[in-house]
Design a protein around this ligand. Structure first.
Ligand SMILES: Cc1cc2nc3c(=O)[nH]c(=O)nc-3n(C[C@H](O)[C@H](O)[C@H](O)COP(=O)(O)OP(=O)(O)OC[C@H]3O[C@@H](n4cnc5c(N)ncnc54)[C@H](O)[C@@H]3O)c2cc1C
Length: 511
């Protein structure tokens, strides 16, 4: 479907306006449209250009959510916290099964390893129980295939396990999924929402929210290049799904009520030995934080860090100290690799939209909140990509409580399109491509290649120019914008001065 003109929205009346086309907003629009609510989904930029394109791209099994940060002996004295963790883990496992069933083309399965050492925070028997519990909570629908073996047995099946530094007590082995392409999960979910009747408009910033009688007046500003304009629509319910920006949406009440606590995370892409290809590692860092080696096509990325971030998420950047911390942790796990900044292909960071009740502490579960002075303005925080469908169901339930039931929840396969070159004009025309970067990074897989799509950007700019009627000047401007955006989101090797590996420095804060 073609992208609607902003003027065509002006004066329209919707049941629901969803702000933000990240994983969450796209899934919410899909749920709402399927249930027959007249739905408008808007984003100030492209689909999935926010946090949903900055993640660690992993469909977690949820073991980490069972891991409490307080001493183990305190567990029996915190039954409510444990119950909350169990429920959360069950939700995670159910969402994992749902995604494996309904979006299999968007996922890749990998063998992960978990090293056990003397003095670990969690003894092997407890981790064994944890894995079994996680599987049971998920109803054994998508097995983790967990088993714990001797270091020699693990090394005989995997070069990555062989590379682990000692002394090891044993090694856990299990199956995890990575998002083949998280951006495309969002795009295809948004397109499915549109096919079910939702209106989708990208590059449309919400600039104001005003309550008038029983309705919300939602004001928009055009953000597409070479275009300008404003529009106002009316909505019975507004969903604030602006991720880490929920408190910054004008008129959404964040100025007097903090609902999100941003947690910055950094990942670093490196080339590990070819024999490690496709295998991953889950471990704890020297700071007792979860630490991963994620398989990514022919490469791996390592991280993430976790630090509280209170600035505008638009300003988040990777720091040298964070790169050094991540590399040093990897060198502790795999001493023979001796990774240095020279091994870094690129790195990126993002801000997790974690829920908070007081602006200081994180609150783990997905949270749908509504301030009494702002009825029918529902704000969702704390969802991961993994939980986006669960969060969207919570939103749909919230809307149904206010507007009544009208239809059924959506079900069914969302296939990953095999985008052939001959098909690009259709993709550009029908999939809301506005800028070159949308096409390279979020409609085609090229943007997540090691060269970040730079190798194909010029060729794709000609195809986009023809499909969208760009002038030569606009095409060149789009190429410059693509480079600027790439440099904004990803730090590449040229900028990172080469330094020898060093021991870990404290970069993480405990949540
Ligand atoms: C380092 C890191 C690693 C992570 N790893 C994983 C992982 O492995 N697995 C996993 O499942 N999750 C992971 N996450 C979490 C996950 O990425 C996020 O929780 C998720 O993407 C949030 O989605 P969202 O839709 O809520 O927010 P976003 O994707 O940020 O979407 C919000 C949208 O709102 C838009 N917006 C903001 N203001 C306005 C406005 N005024 N008008 C219109 N639109 C507006 C933005 O442009 C943006 O597109 C990770 C996150 C980080 C930072």
């Amino acid at each position: 479907m073609k992208r609607p003109e902003l003027a065509s929205l002006d004066g329209q009346h919707y049941d629901v306006v969803v702000i933000g086309a990240g994983a969450l907003g796209c899934a919410a629009a899909r749920q709402l449209a399927a249930r027959n609510f007249r739905t408008l989904l808007v984003d100030r930029g492209d689909i999935a250009a926010g946090t949903s394109s900055r993640s660690s791209r992993m469909l977690y099994s949820g073991l980490g959510y069972l891991a409490a940060r307080y001493p183990l002996w305190q567990m029996p004295f915190r039954p409510l916290d444990m119950l909350r963790r169990l429920r959360y883990t069950r939700e995670v496992m159910q969402c994992r099964a749902e995604l494996v069933e309904e979006m299999p083309g968007h996922l890749t399965r990998h063998r992960f390893f978990y090293p056990f050492r003397q003095g670990d925070r969690y003894p092997p028997w407890l981790v064994d129980i944890g894995f079994r519990l996680v599987e049971a909570l998920g109803g054994w629908k998508v097995p983790l295939a967990y088993r714990r073996v001797s270091p020699a047995a693990a090394a005989s099946t995997s070069a990555l396990a062989q590379g682990l530094g000692g002394p090891l007590r044993s090694v856990g082995m299990f199956d995890e999924y990575m998002y083949a392409w998280a951006e495309r999960i969002c795009v295809d979910t948004a397109l499915d929402a549109q096919a079910r009747g939702a209106t989708l408009r990208t590059y449309t910033a919400v600039t104001g929210l005003q309550r008038q009688g029983e309705l919300w007046q939602v004001s928009f500003e055009e953000r597409a290049p070479e275009a300008s304009g404003h529009a106002t629509v009316q909505a019975r319910v507004v969903i604030n799904a602006a991720g880490p920006w929920v408190d910054r949406v004008p008129g959404a009440g964040g100025e007097c009520d903090t609902r999100v606590l941003g947690i910055k995370g950094v990942n670093v892409m490196v080339k590990l030995p070819d024999s490690y290809r496709g295998q991953g590692l889950e471990a704890f860092s020297s700071e007792h934080e979860p630490y991963y080696v994620f398989p990514w096509r022919d490469y791996h990325f390592i991280g993430p860090t976790e630090t509280v971030f209170r600035d505008d998420p638009d300003n988040v950047r990777v720091l040298d100290s964070e790169i050094d911390y991540i590399l040093a942790e990897a060198n502790q796990l795999f001493p023979a690799l001796r990774l240095s900044r020279a091994d870094v292909r690129h790195c990126w960071c993002g801000v997790r939209p974690t829920s908070t009740l007081d602006g200081r502490e994180t609150w783990m579960p997905v949270r749908l909140s509504e301030a009494p002075q702002r009825p029918n303005l529902l704000t969702l925080t704390g969802s991961t990509i993994m939980l986006h469908r669960h969060a969207a169901r919570l939103i749909a339930k919230g809307v149904e409580q206010r507007l009544g039931k009208r239809g059924k929840a959506p079900k069914g396969l969302i296939a990953k399109p095999a985008v052939a070159d001959a098909d690009l004009a259709r993709v550009i025309g029908e999939e809301h491509v506005v800028r070159l970067v949308d096409l390279v990074r979020r409609r085609l897989p090229d943007g997540l290649d090691p060269d970040l799509g730079r190798g194909r950007a010029e060729a794709l700019s000609h195809i986009a120019a023809q499909a969208l009627g760009w002038s030569q000047a606009r095409r060149e401007a789009e190429l410059r914008h693509f480079e600027e955006d790439t440099a904004r989101v990803y730090r590449t090797l040229d900028e990172v001065p080469v330094q020898p590996p060093r021991v870990p420095a404290k970069a993480c804060s405990s949540l």
